[in-house]
Each structure stands twice: as C-alpha cells, then as structure tokens.
Design a binder for this molecule. Structure first.
Ligand code: LLP
Length: 428
C-alpha cells in the first residue's frame, strides 16, 4: 500500500459517505509531486500536472499550492486549472483537435503556450491571433517515431499515431511561425505514451528532440521550453518503475549544452497511487462452476479494466461487519473456503468487470472491498452509462476526511433534459 488509506479509515468513509466512493490520500500526492520536482531541481523546470489524470478542483488546488503548473487538453481543463488557482503563466494546452472557440479563449486567457499538433492547426491559431490582435505563444508537438512499448491504446510516439508532426514538418512549422507577426514559437514538445516502464524510448526521444532544438536555435528560433510530456509509469502489479533519478538524468543528458526550461507533464505518477475505489458487495452467484462477486461499483466508475484489461488489486476492507487486518489474516476455517471469482458490476456488458479470476474468501451483502491505484484515470474517465450516477470523491489528509465531490444525483442528471422536454411541449 503506497498510501495511508488503511482499512479502518476506508470502512469509516464508506459508512459516512456511502459507496461506490473514491478516496484520495492528499499526502501521497504531495510526496509524488515533490519527488518529481526534486528530480529536476538542478535545472530550471516546471512540473505541469496533466489534469486529465484527475481533474477534481480540490486536487488541482492542492497541487497549485505546491507550485504545480497544468497540462490541459481542452478549454474545460484550462478553466479548471485557472479556477483551482494555477497561475496562467504555468498553464499549457495540448491536443490534436482544438476548436476555434477553444483556441480563442486560450489566447485571451494568456496562458504560457499552446502545443500545436499540425500545420493546419498552426494556421488556424495564426488567423485567430491576428483577429484578436495578440501574439500566440506556441510549441510544436513533435512525433519522434519511437515505440514507447506500452499498451497500444496509450502509445502516442509513432507516425501511425495521430499525435504530433514528424521532424521535417515541425521544422517547416517553426519557420512559418518565426516569420509570422502573430506567432511566437517558444517551446518544443514530445510525448511518446503513457504508463512507460522502459527508459530507453524516452532517452531516444529526448535525444532526437534535443537535436532538432539545436538546429532550430541555429535558425534563430528561440526555444526556451523543452517539454518532455508525461508518461512515467507506476506499479499496479509487478511492473518495473523507472527510477525518477534515472528519468531525469536521461533527459538532462540529452539537454547538455541547451539553456532551456524543462517542462514535465506527469499525471499518473502524481495521483495514481493516491486513490482507491471503495465498493460494497451486493451479491455472490455461481454460473455453473464460475463464481461472481457482484459489487456496487462498475465499469462506469472504473473503465480501465474494461478498456485496457488493466489490473487494479482488490482488497477486502470489511467482512461480516468486522474491519479486516491489512494483510487479511483469515482464520484457517475461512481460508479453506477461498476460491477464484470475477468481481463485476451491474452494467449490461460482459466487459463490465473490475477484477478477474482472483482468490477471495466468501463474501456477503454489505461487505466492503477496495480497488487500489485508481487515483489516475479512474474518476476522470467515469461516466453515467445505464443512468448510474458518478461516485462521490473524498480526500484524506492528516487522518481527516473531507468531501471533494458529492455523488451525482438523479435529479441533476436529468435536469437539462426535463427543461428541454418542457420547452418542446410548451413551445418556449
Ligand atoms: N501529456 C500528454 C500530451 C498526454 O497525452 C498525457 C496522457 C500526459 C501528458 C499524461 O500522461 P501520464 O503521465 O498520466 O502517463 N486513460 C489511460 C491513459 C491515457 C493517457 C493519455 N495521455 C489510462 O487509464 O491508462
């Protein structure tokens, strides 16, 4: 367990806030952020937390107070970053499909820069900046054509992926930008994928992009920010984690001789381990020999198993109203009744599983379980399929728990639809 979320605390939170429930240890977020910051302390650096991992305002605000910047991928995320107190000069905005209104608002908000992902987007930015009478600060996302060796759905650094532009096109975009009075190219960016556990592709990426930076500087294009993206992986089961020191060294080595500020965009590394999803057992059932434990969380709360076959270890928090010891010291009697089961939710899809083929003791209605390492891409990917309200979110710091988002309620979920229905019927 890489956080302070012990079973007694989780049982207490389940009782107080109901389930399903996301619980985050804010102290763990602090530790992870500071570790990242420290790894780069020898150089000018800015850690821009990737909001997409978890964009709850209380979490962003916590990171803002630690000095974090924000990596955003929609104008909604830019608004969240600003609302939560991240200064505009620490906000960057990436994404392959920025709409005109998003570009316009980002330019008006005067954030640090926009990461541009195509020549066509650069032209749109130029024209919008011209209309607004502002100069758009930009960075180009370069696709170094490197295999990040991660899950294909979260691999982004190959030419077959939609992200960024190849090195030759990037050069042309920088020259276009330099010659435009409405654009100021100040950064360079690459991001080859997420949940990376192998340092080599990152090292190669950094070398390639550093080489390009040298050639841009020779063309008098003043690159001030070297944005290495995010992607540092965490241990869910038995993955090898890249030591942050080695990660930083690989990047610093590539940057030798370049006077640039390093920008990192970690998401998962900062919040992944901080969170658990607490859920209550509803039923057990057997279909032939197959055992299922049905819980009150489902794939709408945690998409990662259904989408990537991701494994989130599950622990039993409370059985028969008794809080379990952390290592689930079961009596010999109970142990002999353990068997393999799939843990599933109530959604009408066979992809709705949260754990597969794990050994569990007999469980009964109201027992409590928790899925680990869901702080990143857990709640942020939750949705309301089957008209299931999204879970509540709770923070924990110094053994104190506090609500950071209540459970969605049915009335709010349908409020706009009721309004639309009424308007159509009444004609106004
Ligand atoms: N920067 C860029 C440009 C990105 O595309 C991403 C993630 C990050 C930073 C943050 O990456 P991180 O440090 O969190 O690995 N839903 C997937 C992960 C999708 C990641 C998308 N981009 C999952 O649950 O594994």
């Amino acid at each position: 367990m890489d956080n302070a979320l012990n079973n007694a605390l989780l049982a207490r939170c389940a009782q107080k806030y109901g389930t399903p429930l996301y619980v985050y240890d804010f102290h763990s977020i602090t530790t992870q952020f500071q570790a990242f910051k420290n790894a780069f302390k020898a150089r000018k650096s800015l850690i821009c937390y990737a909001l997409k991992a978890n964009s709850n305002l209380s979490i962003i605000n916590h990171l803002a107070k630690l000095g974090s910047g924000a990596d955003c991928v929609s104008i909604g995320e830019v608004r969240r970053a600003l609302l939560a107190g991240i200064p505009k000069y620490k906000i960057i905005y990436s994404g392959v499909g920025k709409r005109d209104d998003e570009i316009c608002e980002a330019l008006k908000s005067d954030i640090l820069f926009l990461n541009v992902e195509s020549a066509a987007e650069l032209e749109r930015i130029e024209s919008i900046a011209k209309d607004l009478g502002v100069v758009a600060r930009i960075s180009v996302r370069v696709n170094p054509n490197i295999d990040a060796k991660t899950h294909p759905y979260i691999s982004t650094g190959l030419h077959e992926n939609k992200f960024g532009v190849d090195i030759q096109s990037a050069k042309q975009m920088y020259i276009f930008a330099k010659n435009s009075p409405h654009i100021e190219p100040i950064g360079i960016h690459f991001h080859i994928g997420s949940q990376l556990t192998d340092l080599e592709p990152i090292r190669q990426g950094a070398m390639k992009i550093a080489e390009l930076t040298h050639s841009l500087l020779a063309l008098k294009i003043d690159i001030k920010f070297f944005d290495v993206g995010g992607g540092v992986g965490i241990r869910y089961t038995d993955e090898r984690e890249i030591p942050l020191y080695d990660y930083a060294q690989a990047i610093l080595e590539a940057l030798r001789g370049l006077d640039v500020t390093i920008i990192c965009e970690p998401g998962r590394y900062i919040v992944g381990k901080s969170g658990v999803l607490v859920s209550k057992v509803l039923y057990e059932k057997h279909n032939g020999h197959k055992r299922f434990v049905i819980v009150d969380a489902a794939m709408n709360d945690l998409m990662r198993p259904a989408l990537y076959n991701a494994v989130h270890t599950m622990r039993v928090v409370q059985r028969d109203n008794i809080v379990c010891a952390e290592d689930l010291c079961l009596s010999e009697g109970i142990k002999s009744h353990q068997s393999r089961a799939d843990v599933v939710g109530a959604i009408c899809e066979s992809s709705d599983f949260l754990a597969k083929d794990i050994v569990l003791p007999p469980l009964a209605h109201s027992d409590i379980v928790a899925f680990e390492n869901v702080g990143a891409y857990g709640y942020s990917m939750a949705h309301t399929y089957n008209t299931r309200p999204r879970a509540a979110e709770v923070g924990v710091q110094d053994d104190e728990d506090f609500l950071i988002k209540p459970m969605e309620c049915f009335e709010n979920m349908v409020a706009d639809e009721i309004k639309a229905l009424e308007q159509r019927h009444t004609g106004n």
